[in-house]
Design a protein around this ligand. Structure first.
Ligand SMILES: [Zn+2]
Length: 194
């Protein structure tokens, strides 16, 4: 079958999405052809809008379309849970047990790839410590995640704040993003002081 250029182009974009192979990308492209003109335009507008409006919360670094996200504005700011990336916030929010706020590092320390403390949002944590009782470090339980957690614990040693680490229940080398809700829930409640 001859490939239709515009369809192939659209399928090419779909195949960039996580978990979408060539075959699925093709099916998605044909699904768009079958959409009403209104739906298809709404779809493309939604993509453009996300790129235009979504930015990082000035406080926690999570995605938001306001200056400060709704979590920072409305939740208990005496507990801060530190994660590697915005996807991890989403995972922990699904558990529905956590009532505090977040701090998104946008990466972890990785000396082999020249990622140092200045390259991720570690120093942004310090001005947030006023009135904070606990910092829960929820970086992934892998080598870089552990090293980053240790660094943060050491950095916060001289501040009047308890630093805890979620670890139990999460298999070593796993990723927060893919953990099921039960496991995450247990990891959160079994956290240990660092
Ligand atoms: Zn925020």
């Amino acid at each position: 079958m001859r490939e239709i250029d515009s369809v192939a182009k659209l399928a090419g974009y779909f195949s960039r999405l996580p978990g979408v192979g060539k075959k699925t990308a093709g099916r998605y492209a044909y699904a768009v052809i079958n959409m009403s003109r209104e739906d298809a335009c709404g779809f493309s507008d939604a993509i453009a809008e996300v790129k235009e409006k979504v930015r990082f919360c000035k406080t926690c670094g999570d995605f938001t379309d306001e200056e400060e996200c709704v979590v920072c504005r409305t939740r208990d700011a005496s507990v801060i849970l530190v994660v590697k990336e915005p996807k991890d916030v989403l995972a922990i929010e699904k558990v529905r047990e956590y009532q505090g706020v977040y701090h998104v590092l946008h990466g972890v320390l990785d000396p082999n790839n020249n990622v140092g403390p200045e390259d991720i949002r570690i120093k942004e944590l310090l001005p947030r410590l006023d009135g904070v009782k606990e910092i829960i470090v929820a970086t992934n339980p892998d080598l870089l995640g552990e090293a980053t957690a240790m660094y943060i614990a050491r950095l916060l040693k001289n501040f009047d704040v308890t630093v805890t680490r979620i670890a139990h229940g999460l298999p070593v080398g796993s990723e927060i993003e893919y953990a099921d809700e039960m496991t995450l829930s247990r990891a959160l409640s079994d956290r240990k002081e660092m």
